[in-house]
Design a protein around this ligand. Structure first.
Ligand SMILES: *Cc1c(COP(=O)(O)O)cnc(C)c1O
Length: 381
C-alpha cells in the first residue's frame, strides 16, 4: 500500500509529469519569468472555466483577499463581517487594512456563515461580508446576497477551498462558486484543489471598473508605466506557476470527481454512526471536498476522545488534522477588537469536535478500506 498522506502531490505530479515538465521548460526557454504569456493565458482559461468576466492573478490567496478589500475602497473603522471558523488569512487582512473584523457564527452543518446570525451582527458601520466556502461547500449565497442587497453591503467570497463548485439558484440558474458576489478570491497553494507548485492566487469579478482597479493595485497602483495613481502592492503570479496551473486546470473536473469518490466511500462507511457525523451535502451546491471533515457527536465528550482518535490513527500510519484548532475570536491578534466578549457557542462547539481525514486525488480503494476500518475500529469500541 502507498503510504497515506493528507495530500499526495507526488503521485498526482507523476501522472501529468510530461505535460507539466514541458510547460515549465517552455518558460525556461523563453526566460519570461515575470508576466510571461502563460499568465494571461491562464487568467483567460480560468475566466472561461468559471464563467466570469475578469480573472486577475496575484501572488497568493491572502493577497487576493487584501487586494479585493483595497479595491472596494473601504475605510479604517468600517466593519467587515466574516466567520470566526476559518483559516486566519480571511480575517487577518481585514485587521491589516485597519478595518474592523466582526465575527459571525457558522451553521454547524455547513461550516459556513449562518444567515440568521449574519442579520444579528449588521450595524450602521457594516460595509462588507466575507463568506468562506468552507472545506469545499459553498455558503448559502442566495440568502447572503439577499441580506447584502437589503443592507447595501459588498460581498467578497473567499473561494480558496471551493474552486470549481457549482451553485444552483432557486430559479434553476447556476454559477460557479466565487463568481456570485462583488468579488471572489482564491488560492493556488499546492494543497488546494487547484494547486500550483508554489504560491499563487487570483481575484474574480464581473465588474469592469473593479477589474481595472484590482489590476492597478496588484501592480504598484500603476496606470501606465512609472505613473502611480493609488497605493498598491506588488502581487504577481509567477509565469512558471501559471504554466503549471494551465495544465492542472484541464484536470480540475477530474480531480473534483476523484475527491467526491473518496468522500462517497467515507460517507458509506460512517453514515448514521452514533459517535460521528459525516459532512453535510447541501442541495443548493455541489461539494468539491477540499477537506473531508467529520464532527464528533454531542453524545460523546470530545476532550480526550478526539486526541485519542488522532493518536490511534497516527500509530496506524493514518494522518488526521484539526482544521482549525483556534477560531478567530480566540486568536491573540484579534483581542484588540474585544472579540473575546463575543459569545460564539457554535464555533466553539465545532472547534472541539471537527476532525479531517486524508482526501486527495490519488487515493485508492486499498487505502480507503484501511482508513475506514481503522476509524471504525476506534469508534466502535
Ligand atoms: C488557503 C486559504 C487562504 C489563503 O491562501 P494563501 O494562498 O495560503 O495565502 C485564504 N482563505 C482560506 C479559507 C484558505 O483555505
Amino acid at each position: 500500500m502507498q503510504p497515506i498522506q493528507m495530500v499526495d502531490l507526488k503521485q498526482q505530479y507523476l501522472k501529468i509529469k510530461t505535460e507539466i515538465d514541458n510547460g515549465i521548460l517552455s518558460v525556461l526557454d523563453r526566460t519570461q519569468f515575470i508576466n510571461g504569456n502563460d499568465v494571461q493565458q491562464f487568467a483567460d482559461n480560468l475566466a472561461a472555466y468559471l464563467g466570469v468576466k475578469h480573472v486577475i492573478p496575484c501572488a497568493n490567496g491572502t493577497d487576493a483577499l487584501q487586494i479585493a478589500l483595497m479595491a472596494l475602497g473601504l475605510k479604517p473603522g468600517d466593519e467587515v463581517i466574516t466567520p470566526s471558523f476559518t483559516f486566519i488569512a480571511t480575517t487577518e487582512v481585514i485587521a491589516l487594512l485597519q478595518l474592523t473584523p466582526v465575527f459571525v457564527e457558522v451553521d454547524p452543518q455547513t461550516f459556513c456563515i449562518d444567515p440568521e446570525s449574519l442579520r444579528k451582527v449588521i450595524t450602521n458601520k457594516t460595509k462588507a461580508i466575507v463568506p468562506v466556502h468552507m472545506f469545499g461547500l459553498t455558503a448559502p449565497m442566495e440568502e447572503i446576497l439577499a441580506i447584502a442587497k437589503e443592507h447595501n453591503l459588498l460581498v467578497i467570497e473567499d473561494n480558496a477551498q471551493a474552486i470549481g463548485a457549482d451553485y444552483y439558484f432557486n430559479d434553476g440558474a447556476f454559477k460557479k462558486a466565487g463568481t456570485l458576489g462583488t468579488i471572489g478570491t482564491t488560492s493556488f497553494f499546492p494543497s488546494k484543489n487547484l494547486g500550483a507548485y508554489g504560491d499563487g492566487g487570483a481575484i474574480f469579478t464581473n465588474d469592469d471598473d473593479l477589474a481595472t482597479s484590482i489590476k492597478m493595485i496588484t501592480n504598484h497602483g500603476q496606470s501606465k508605466r512609472y505613473y502611480h495613481d493609488v497605493v498598491g502592492c506588488n502581487s504577481r503570479l509567477d509565469t512558471i506557476q501559471a504554466a503549471i496551473l494551465n495544465t492542472k486546470l484541464k484536470h480540475l473536473d477530474e480531480y473534483i470527481l476523484a475527491r467526491k469518490k473518496v468522500a462517497d466511500f467515507y460517507d458509506q462507511a460512517f453514515a448514521n454512526h452514533k459517535k460521528i457525523t459525516i459532512p453535510f451535502r447541501a442541495s443548493y451546491c455541489s461539494h468539491v471536498f477540499h477537506q473531508y471533515t467529520l464532527v464528533i457527536n454531542e453524545s460523546v465528550d470530545p476532550s480526550g476522545y478526539r486526541s485519542k482518535l488522532i493518536e490511534y490513527l497516527g500509530q496506524q500510519g493514518i494522518p488526521a488534522m484539526i482544521y482549525y484548532p483556534v477560531p478567530g475570536h480566540k486568536q491573540i491578534m484579534f483581542q484588540q477588537f474585544n472579540v473575546s466578549e463575543n459569545k460564539m457557542p457554535v464555533t466553539d462547539w465545532l472547534t472541539e469536535r471537527v476532525i479531517s481525514l486524508p482526501i486527495h486525488t490519488e487515493m485508492d480503494e486499498e487505502q480507503l478500506n484501511y482508513i475506514t476500518s481503522k476509524v471504525l475500529e476506534f469508534i466502535n469500541q
